[in-house]
Design a protein around this ligand. Structure first.
Ligand code: PLP
Length: 832
């Protein structure tokens, strides 16, 4: 019935458009152009056609979403809920076409309508709802969940303004507002009927109810309404379609001004404005958290909406509350959603009237927590006065959780007061604070790190006491990335070669790439491999010219470091090496060295002065090096502006060398390292995060290792690290620092980089100077290896071949089996 209507409708649209069409999909695009975008072909812009195409693709997904949702509503289906303050999902059109296996069909339909699919793909604005790795991980996991047919929901915040756009002016980063919603978001379905109230501030009152039990009532000072905004997440070549549900804040009711006198009226308007501000903007990382009341409000807002939504679905299933943890597994992606532990307790006790013990049992069985950082400054805490004033009832619950928990600690470790202080959910040293990592750990049945080394260090450092008390709760799940987006979509040429060589099973079983190893020495295969890599580099070179004006040679070694700019990631170590190489070439113009193109990309937090200075330094070096004709093009330095998922599509497949040079023990896992490896880049890296496992898989002979180990870093710091001694003992290093200090890369300005140079010489918290000599020696080995193109190509092939472990499909299988106990559910569109 509805089908007949749709065809009829599309036919009418076609007639209205005055265009003859050849396929049903063409009809659908025209119909959407006219009926949803309200344009007809003669006056439609590229943006209109993009929207019409996107709506038509969305319609196909929604049929699958309906079939999926119907099946998930069954009483015995367990749903994985991924709670994350960030989802960096990247552009959707290309990925959705890929997962629906309809790119060729869409390309043909658009061609028939007079449009080039690639141009339409290029104008899509990406939802920048994340800072970097953590948000991108959440997005890769949604892709794998749908592809593996696991019933799942991603829960997060619909930021009106995502991560800022980056421009470079005079070598400095300039932030501009990310207006991703300006032209509308065709993937979003707003659901005014799926909305919940969230309370803030006010006070609590307690009373004894008719059964003699103590009941607490929270009398909030204000409430905010959260409205669900859904985006379909289509699995690859399956009918499963999950959703990403993002909450948008609204004022509870529009105010009725007859009830107000003038003063109250403006107060009411203000309330409304504040309510709508909640989901306005994503906070950048690496900024002091202190006093960010709005940030804590955002966290509580999205967590409360999500838990209320889960309870609503449970009610709809007609199951009872004691089965909640059998129906939902909730993963806390870092501590950002960890107030969920207190909020679920509140909902169960205050609203569902469960006993404390029953509620606590459900809560702990429901949650699991993923830790993403060991950096002490990145461990989230909230000052008690702020927490108390914004979330009085959840804070009472946290106190009660803590009271009971510390009783357990005291029972298990009598007399150990220091341990009790360390494990407390409240930090009592100095200004009192809530420790969110402790809350997440105590409220979860599983705690995982994101790479083997990180999970080990976690148990030895920040969560040591907890690992001693609950050893069975701690495990590792090494991160992964989706091979659909980061190989099939962004490196389609390589994907076709893989299909031809080893079949297409690798797309959903990446371990099958191992079969490539048998071809690593095959000359014809090597030539095909190299030709593709060359094409990818040429494509990136064109984009570099477009965005920076710099000409780079696709024949040069592309040495790439793209990631957030941070001192622990050590972009400045790379910069120091570039300066030393430049000096060598200046002093010895005939030096026979491999031409190199150094490419950087990444955003610095707006308030992180040192990171912004590092960007300025890179651009200062680029200015000098790129304009030095005596180099004869043997060296180029590029800062590629506005690194995001979309730009990443061009960058990862074009790298010969992947820079993963963080101070050992500081990078939890990294996922950029995996994207590069899958695409055939060789890594130069420290034994940090997932690099350790990358090297294990690739083989030591296919990896450029340098630097101190995490343990050596620790020992050196303990022994009293004196960075200036490293500069004194190394001519190249001293010279590079002098050059910077003398204004060589700041047009003679000797002040500009003083904070950076002084910091390195006096403190160097991330041991840049200690690792410099070994890094340079390792880079020399890289240059030597590059001379032998066959050998390099062999190593490149071996890296791809051994990258199977780093698929997010593997990671998600581990979460399902070891943490969530969720199972695939087959969806069949034809049967529904
Ligand atoms: C993968 C990715 C990251 C994470 O990179 P790391 O090198 O692991 O820090 C950050 N930003 C974007 C846009 C990404 O795609």
């Amino acid at each position: 019935m509805s089908d007949v209507n749709a065809v009829d409708f599309d036919a009418k649209a076609r007639a209205a458009s005055g265009q003859a069409t050849e396929s049903a999909f063409e009809d659908a695009v025209l119909s959407n152009l006219i009926c949803r975008q309200a344009r007809y072909p003669d006056i439609a812009t590229q943006q209109d056609w993009y929207m019409a195409l996107a709506y038509s693709v969305r319609d196909r997904m929604l049929a699958r979403w309906a079939a999926s949702t119907k099946v998930y509503a069954a009483k015995d289906v367990k749903v994985a809920c991924y709670l994350s303050a960030e989802f960096l999902i990247g552009p959707q059109l290309g990925n959705n076409l890929l997962n629906l296996d309809m790119e060729a069909e869409a390309r043909e339909a658009m061609r028939a309508l007079g449009h080039d699919l690639d141009s339409l793909l290029a104008i899509e604005e990406e939802p920048g709802l994340g800072n970097g790795g953590l948000g991108r991980l959440a997005a890769c996991y949604l892709d794998s969940l749908a592809t593996l047919q696991i019933p799942a929901i991603g829960y997060g915040i619909r930021y009106e303004f995502g991560i800022f756009d980056q421009e470079i002016r005079d070598g400095w980063q300039v932030e501009t507002t990310d207006k991703w919603l300006q032209k509308g978001n065709p993937w979003e379905i707003v659901r005014p009927d799926v909305s919940f109230y969230v309370s803030f501030a006010g006070h609590t009152e307690s009373e004894t109810d008719a059964d003699g039990r103590l009941r607490v009532r929270w009398i909030p000072r204000r409430q905010v309404k959260g409205v669900a905004c859904d985006m379909p997440m289509q699995g690859y070549r399956v009918d499963s379609c999950n959703i990403l549900r993002l909450w948008k804040s609204e004022a509870v009711e529009s105010f009725d001004f007859q009830d107000f006198n003038a003063g109250e009226y403006y107060e009411a308007v203000e309330e409304k404005v504040v309510s709508e501000t909640l989901s306005k903007v994503l906070y950048p990382n690496d900024e002091p958290e202190a006093g960010k009341r709005l940030r804590l409000a955002q966290q509580y807002f999205f967590v409360s909406c999500s838990l209320q939504d889960m309870l609503r679905m449970m009610d709809a299933k007609g199951t009872s509350i004691d089965q909640f943890a059998d129906l939902f597994a909730a993963q806390l992606n870092d501590t950002h959603p960890s107030v969920a532990v207190a909020e679920l307790m509140r909902l169960l006790i205050d609203e569902r009237l469960l006993s404390w013990d029953a509620a606590w049992d459900i809560t702990r069985r429901t949650f699991a927590y993923t830790n993403h950082t060991l950096l002490p400054e990145a461990l989230e805490t909230w000052g008690l006065p702020l927490f108390q004033s914004l979330l009085p009832r959840p804070l009472e619950i946290i106190y009660e959780i803590n009271r009971r928990f510390l009783d357990d600690v005291r029972r298990q470790y009598p007399g150990d007061d220091e341990r009790v202080k360390r494990m407390s959910l409240i930090d009592e040293t100095g200004d009192r604070k809530v420790r969110m990592a402790n809350l997440a750990t105590v409220g979860s049945h599983a705690v995982n790190g994101v790479a083997a080394l990180h999970s080990d260090l976690l148990k030895q450092t920040v969560l040591r006491d907890f690992a001693a008390m609950f050893p069975e709760h701690f495990l590792n799940v090494t991160n992964g990335v989706t091979p659909r987006r980061f190989l099939m979509l962004s490196n389609s040429r390589l994907a076709r070669l893989l299909d031809k060589t080893i079949g297409d099973g690798w797309r959903t079983d990446l371990a099958r790439l191992d079969a490539l190893a048998a071809h690593a020495d095959d000359t014809a295969f090597q030539d095909a491999w190299r030709a593709i890599r060359r094409d990818n580099k040429t494509a990136l070179a064109a984009r570099i010219r477009n965005s920076t004006g710099i000409d780079v040679d696709p024949g040069a070694l592309f040495d790439i470091q793209v990631k957030r700019i941070h001192e622990y990631k050590r972009q400045h170590l790379n910069a120091l090496y570039i300066i030393s190489l430049y000096r060598r070439l200046c002093r010895n113009p005939d030096l026979d060295t491999a031409p190199r193109c150094f490419i950087f990309g990444g955003k610095a937090a707006p308030g992180y002065a040192m990171a912004k200075l590092i960007i300025r330094l890179i651009n200062g070096i680029a200015e000098v090096v790129n304009n030095d004709a005596s180099l004869k093009g043997r060296m180029k330095v590029v800062f590629y502006p506005d690194f995001n998922v979309k730009n990443g599509h061009w960058i990862y497949p074009a790298a010969d060398l992947s820079e993963q040079i963080s101070t050992a023990g500081k990078e939890a896992s990294g996922t950029g390292n995996m994207k590069f490896m899958i695409n055939g880049a060789l890594t130069i890296g420290t034994l940090d995060g997932a690099n350790v496992e990358i090297r294990e898989e690739a083989g030591a002979e296919n990896f450029f290792l340098f630097g101190l180990t995490a343990q050596q870093v620790d020992e050196l710091k303990r022994a009293g690290y004196r960075p200036a001694e490293y500069a004194q003992g190394n001519d190249e290093l001293r010279d590079a620092l002098d050059q910077i200090a003398q204004g060589r890369f700041s047009r003679g300005d000797k002040e500009m980089f003083r904070p950076l140079v002084d910091n390195l010489l006096q403190h160097d918290p991330f041991l840049v100077l200690a690792d410099f000599a070994d890094y340079v020696a390792c880079q020399d080995r890289v240059s030597e290896a590059w001379r032998d193109a066959r050998q390099w190509t062999r190593m490149s092939i071996m890296n791809s071949a051994r990258s199977g472990k780093f698929s997010s499909d593997r990671a998600i299988r581990e979460y399902c089996e070891r943490i969530w106990t969720t199972h695939p559910v087959r969806i069949d569109l034809a049967q529904s």
